[in-house]
Ligand binder design. Structure first.
Ligand SMILES: Cc1cc2nc3c(=O)[nH]c(=O)nc-3n(C[C@H](O)[C@H](O)[C@H](O)COP(=O)(O)OP(=O)(O)OC[C@H]3O[C@@H](n4cnc5c(N)ncnc54)[C@H](O)[C@@H]3O)c2cc1C
Length: 459
């Protein structure tokens, strides 16, 4: 996803762009081995949709045509937060709910239409070629065709590493005699298990089930499993159970199905009783937040950039990765405009600008992760500020639409977290807190009804 967004930007500044991928791209929205995370729920934030629409005109139309559901989260999802069921409300922020493969296939379809791009499939990048005249300058990538053939070097003016969370760039740097950039890791030891279902015809569901999807949050210390059910294209439901603090969800079918009725609400279990399982259970555990600090890298490697998960990967539960990759591509466009495609300053300028942006989703993700016992790593300034304040904001937002919409815009990366500290928001939250000081409503002591209110009208 990050590579396609970056490639789109580069196609405006370079004669030719080559995307090298070790996978063959399937015909249609199907899985491929290089993106194992596509079997799990992938939320596209509003900012991500906005950026992809800007980079790839026609993206939203193509998503709709591919069967993506376009839903406003708080009016379409039954949401069980630590304090109880969130009231049904309208944020006026339609989001796409679709499989990761559909999102990626849609973007790649639009990318392929560019006149000056090549997709080099079944080809692995195995290292970097570089020259040393003063600064080290990357001049190409070593590539190996995976279906036979000779390894070669693809000479280029600019290399962008978008090879994801498992990027081998640190090894490639060592091979060039360069020390890799420092990394910060914040790990809440979270894990996912997911299963796909054929959704029933809506007429078979009880008429008062107004929700199209469900989100059940953890409630610590007793409930360490969250769970989400989202509708995706082709009449399917995707159910992902997320565990925190080393409470990994079961990765076998019997264990997965036995966990659903034990969640804080049986709602998802009741729903899937109407559905037909169409996949095994997939699990994923490499979910730590990892920030590779290129912005303060002591080495200098001109002609080399890194973006997307290879530069900064987040605990995916907050749904930021695809959006962050797309935003990084637009940052790259700004840097290319400013300093030109062959400037020796480009890499450092880009890394600084990208990191300035990345520290925001980083602060939000790691701040939320530090809620969980046993999270390892160093809290950032934003994460220390945001963590405790967020829960109060959610609760205040249940009653105050102004607060709720502001929170949603920040979480969707349409506004900076500072918007949550605007005087009118702080005043509303303080008013809410004063009102509820003695009401007993709070994460402790409050027990939500098993199912959401059925007569939930939209506010
Ligand atoms: C379980 C899970 C759930 C997630 N949920 C969400 C979500 O809800 N919302 C969201 O926005 N993000 C989510 N993410 C993150 C999201 O998947 C990534 O942030 C997003 O795909 C951007 O990653 P990327 O493009 O940098 O890398 P990837 O999408 O991982 O792509 C890397 C590409 O590089 C190729 N590649 C790797 N190494 C080589 C090599 N040596 N040679 C050639 N090709 C190579 C791979 O084949 C692949 O095509 C989730 C991630 C995980 C793990």
């Amino acid at each position: 996803m990050a590579g396609l967004s970056a490639g789109r930007v580069l196609s405006d500044f370079f004669d030719h762009v080559t995307v090298v991928d070790r996978d063959a791209y399937p015909e249609g929205a199907l899985e491929r081995p290089g993106v194992p995370q596509s079997r799990h729920v992938h939320a596209l934030l509003a900012r991500g949709r906005q950026e992809l629409d800007g980079l790839f005109p026609g993206f939203s139309e193509a998503m709709r045509a591919g069967g993506a559901h376009e839903l406003d989260f708080p009016s379409a999802f039954a949401t069980l937060r630590p304090t109880g069921w969130a009231p049904r409300a309208d944020n006026r922020l339609p989001l796409f709910f679709a499989s990761r493969t559909q999102i990626e296939t849609t973007v790649r379809g639009l990318f392929r239409k560019l006149p000056n791009v090549t997709l080099l499939e079944r080809t692995a990048v195995t290292g970097l070629a570089a020259t040393r005249q003063g600064h080290t300058k990357a001049t190409g990538v070593h590539i190996t065709p995976l279906d036979g053939g000779v390894s070669t070097t693809l000479e280029t003016d600019l290399i962008v590493d978008a090879s994801g969370r498992a990027s081998k760039a640190p090894e490639w740097f060592r091979e060039l005699g360069l020390t890799p950039p420092e990394e910060t890791i914040v790990d809440s030891f979270s894990g996912y298990s997911s299963r796909w279902f054929k959704a029933p015809d809506p007429s078979r569901l009880p008429r008062d089930w107004w929700w199209k999807g469900v989100w059940i949050d953890v409630k610590l210390p007793e409930n360490t499993f969250a769970c989400v059910l989202i509708p995706v294209e082709q009449g399917r439901w995707l159910v992902t159970i997320a565990g925190v603090a080393k409470h990994y969800p079961p990765n076998d079918e019997a264990g997965f199905m036995a966990t659903l009725p034990q969640l804080r609400s049986p709602i998802i279990d009741k729903m899937v009783q109407f559905a037909e399982p169409i996949s095994p259970v997939y699990s994923y555990r490499a979910m730590a937040n990892r920030f590779r600090h290129y912005e303060r890298w002591q080495e200098r490697l001109d002609g080399f950039l890194a973006l997307g998960d290879s530069a900064c990967a987040f605990n995916p539960v907050y749904g930021q990765g695809m959006t962050t990759g797309a935003v990084s591509a637009t940052i790259l466009r700004d840097c290319l405009k400013q300093s030109g495609p062959t400037s020796p300053e480009l890499s450092q300028q880009f890394f600084r600008a990208q990191a300035k942006f990345q520290q925001i989703p980083w602060g939000l993700a790691t701040g939320a992760d530090f809620r969980f016992p046993g999270t390892e790593g160093q809290p950032s300034r934003i994460s220390s500020l945001m963590g405790p304040y967020m829960e109060t904001l959610f609760q205040a937002g249940d009653e105050d639409p102004v607060v709720r919409i502001q929170v949603s815009r920040v979480l969707n990366m349409l506004k900076l977290p500072t918007a949550l500290f605007a005087p009118h928001i702080v005043a509303r939250v303080a008013w809410w807190a004063a009102k509820h000081k003695f009401s007993g409503k709070g994460a402790g002591g409050y027990s939500a009804p098993a199912m959401p209110p059925v007569l939930a009208s939209v506010r």
